[in-house]
Ligand binder design. Structure first.
Ligand SMILES: Nc1ncnc2c1ncn2[C@@H]1O[C@H](COP(=O)(O)OP(=O)(O)OP(=O)(O)O)[C@@H](O)[C@H]1O
Length: 676
């Protein structure tokens, strides 16, 4: 049997089952074996009742001495097995409405049962336990059973049967660097696949899991190291450290200490011989834009070009307006380049001729036609919205160009290492002075009208308001108040005298731009929007953010949304409403109420999310983590980091085994369409 064999060729898998497996994204033998169990049920250890704590789940061995079935007035039956364990402890096994089980049990015989034990002072009880059909079957019962993700029409038992048919008939080729297998005492790949799917013991499962966690981190970190190797080259474009006095004089505020510190780090990069590869992190509203502008201004003074690339055209327009306004006293030529820009051919020509100093835009900047005269600096805002590939395109347009990545999502240190490789990191860890904590509240249904009244009073004080909704069209099934429905209600019923406007992603670009411009100029009182305004929007006069159906948003998204207020001198508020609340959404909302600190929120977010979901690795074109959890397995991650760094170093020195391994690794990744 081959790993690439289609599952349809496997004995016992007919057309119907094959289709069901396809629903689970399983097509080939390889897919099946890398589809790890969701969890396990460990029935392997038979315990003595005396040793088992009340309400814990365990396997016990019992002798049945009486079987009875009773029916109540509604014909509901209760099957009761009276049993004893080897120490004479009385246990009642109870099944409701399960007459069909009657024939499975015989008095005087022993059986294994697995379930939750409820102890009273004279007996113990188990309701609806799993049980061994017969003592001959104990090998299958007394084991660690994998539990797979299923789809309707296929049972866990059937899944296990399929795995049992396959597991001994395939051979995986070792894919880790062999010296590291020995050094880290990792188990062999075939042992690992066998034991992660059908563990022979707890110890074996632990070994298998350890190997796969190591392997996942290894693949991810090596991919990133290779990406970074491509970006980093020996020398960068060197700028002269020209005086910035005129820029400072022109500023309407003084930089915070933190902005000064970060600017110095960036300036050193730009004016040194090394190519800048820096991540600029700062919480929402911490003032990253002005630092970016300083870097671009220094580039302009050196007679060179720079670009600022952002994820949405709404944001590109805003930056264009800010830059044009703040830099209006200088003779700097700035151009906006988005998908919607007219006259592109002429603009391309002028960029190539060096007629523009600063190019601000969306990924339209990446289009092939865009060529620069002398690009020295590339800044990308909200980098995590762009894929790794896109990130590299800009830096390859001009060799050795300096790269600055701005992220408003504070990323825990371990994660930034993973996502960006070991780039240099600057952090703005201070908000401009005079900012007040955003008061955050959860608003219950019966308090919505009070909230509306509060908002009315703030609009009368000339403040502006955002309402955010998750969807555009009304979806009855989900019971979500859509943006357009809310717009109707607020504009026609609640705030008839105010200027209320609606903004959503499906509008034409021009329409969106006009609305955002009017809002930033204070012409609109209340803006109802979907999450198009999530990132970067800066209207300091806006002081209230209402997030409807807050349960539908992730924690970092909620923090981003809230970050649209509290950007000026006014006391700001964030109100969250929600119809349905699960445990996780409750925790998220509580976290928002507890803290305004983006770094703390990011850490908590990491703990609330499961493996594989972290910051959407897949969205970055990177291999996903199936079982490795960065927060939990940081020790393994540290080992992997050292191993990968050593491997890359040996590779750079031309060491034969490492070169061969890395070439094979790259070929493998490419043939599987994984980014490197
Ligand atoms: N040192 C400062 N003193 C006073 N105001 C400042 C200072 N630095 C920046 N600002 C103002 O603070 C607001 C937020 O700045 P900016 O838009 O750069 O934030 P940001 O870090 O990009 O935030 P986000 O990631 O949320 O977009 C802007 O109105 C900006 O003019």
């Amino acid at each position: 049997m081959n790993l690439d064999d289609d599952l349809i060729a496997i004995k016992g898998i007919g057309k119907k089952k094959y289709k069901l497996l396809n629903n689970l994204n399983l097509y080939k033998v390889k897919d099946l074996l890398t589809n790890f169990p969701r969890t396990y049920v460990d029935r392997s250890k038979v315990n003595n009742i005396n040793e088992i704590e009340n309400e814990s789940i365990s396997t016990i061995k019992l002798l049945i001495y009486d079987v009875s079935e009773t029916k109540n007035a509604y014909k509901k039956s209760t099957l009761r097995l009276k049993c004893k364990d080897t120490n004479g402890y009385n246990v009642a096994i109870i099944f409701f409405n399960a007459s069909f089980l009657l024939k499975k049990f015989s008095i005087g015989k022993e059986y294994y049962f697995y379930g939750k034990i409820v102890k009273t002072h004279y007996e113990a009880k188990m309701f609806h336990p799993e049980f061994s059909d017969s003592m001959y079957n104990d090998k299958k019962f007394l084991r660690i059973e994998p539990i797979y993700s299923l789809t309707a029409g296929i049972t866990n038992k059937e899944m296990i049967n399929i795995y049992e048919n396959i597991i001994d008939n395939v051979l995986f080729e070792e894919n880790l660097f062999s010296p590291y297998i020995i050094q880290n005492k990792l188990c062999d790949i075939n042992y690992a696949f066998k034991n992660i799917n059908l563990p022979t013991s707890k110890e074996a499962l632990k070994k298998a899991r350890y190997r796969f966690i190591y392997e996942e981190f290894f693949n991810l970190f090596l991919s990133l190291s290779l990406i970074k190797n491509k970006v980093k080259s020996s020398g960068g474009i060197v700028l002269k450290d020209l005086p910035m006095v005129d820029f400072y004089k022109n500023l309407k505020f003084t930089l915070t200490k933190s902005q000064e510190k970060v600017w110095n780090q960036i300036k050193i990069d730009l004016t040194s011989n090394n190519q800048m590869n820096r991540l600029l992190q700062g919480d929402v509203g911490s003032g990253k834009t002005i630092v970016a502008m300083m870097a671009m201004y220094l580039t302009y003074k050196n007679n060179m070009q720079s670009t600022l690339m952002v994820p949405t055209s709404v944001l590109a327009n805003q930056h264009f307006r800010t830059f044009s306004d703040v830099l209006k006293n200088f003779n700097i030529k700035i151009i906006l380049l988005t998908g919607n820009t007219k006259n592109k051919k002429q603009i391309y020509k002028d960029i190539e001729l060096g007629k523009y100093d600063i190019i601000i835009g969306t990924h339209a900047i990446l289009e092939e036609g865009v060529k620069f005269k002398n690009l020295a600096l590339v800044i990308t805002d909200e980098q995590h919205r762009f894929g790794v590939k896109q990130r590299n395109i800009l830096s390859t347009k001009e060799k050795n160009v300096n790269v600055l990545v701005m992220s408003a999502t504070p990323i825990p240190r371990t994660l930034s290492l993973i996502i960006y490789g070991d780039v240099d990191i600057s952090v703005i860890d201070q908000l401009p002075s005079g900012r007040k904590q955003i008061k955050t509240h959860y608003v219950k249904k019966n308090k919505i009208n009070d909230m509306y009244e509060f908002i009315r009073s703030k609009v009368e004080e000339k403040r502006q308001i955002y309402f955010i909704c998750p969807l555009i069209e009304e979806s009855e099934a989900l019971d979500i108040k859509s943006a357009s429905e809310l717009y109707k209600e607020l504009s026609e019923r609640i705030y008839t005298k105010f200027n209320v406007k609606l903004l959503h992603g499906k509008m034409k670009a021009k329409e969106k731009e006009t609305i955002m411009k009017d809002f930033s100029e204070g012409k609109i009182n209340i803006l109802i929007s979907t999450t198009v305004i999530e990132v970067g929007i800066n209207v300091p006069n806006a002081s209230i953010m209402v997030i409807n159906d807050a349960n539908r948003f992730g924690l970092s998204q909620l923090h981003q949304l809230r970050g649209r207020v509290g950007r000026g001198e006014y006391q700001s508020y964030c109100f969250m409403t929600s119809n349905k609340m699960g445990d996780t959404s409750k925790k998220r909302i509580q976290t928002m109420i507890d803290t305004n600190d983006g770094f703390e929120i990011a850490e908590r977010d990491l703990l609330l999310r499961g493996p594989g979901e972290i910051l959407g690795l897949k969205q970055h074109g990177l291999p996903e983590l199936k079982i490795g959890e960065l927060a939990k397995h940081s020790q393994i991650f540290e080992i992997v980091k050292m191993d990968v760094n050593n491997l890359v170093q040996m590779y750079n020195q031309g060491e034969k085994a490492s070169v061969e391994f890395i070439i094979k690794f790259i070929e493998n990744r490419l043939s599987n369409n994984i980014n490197i």
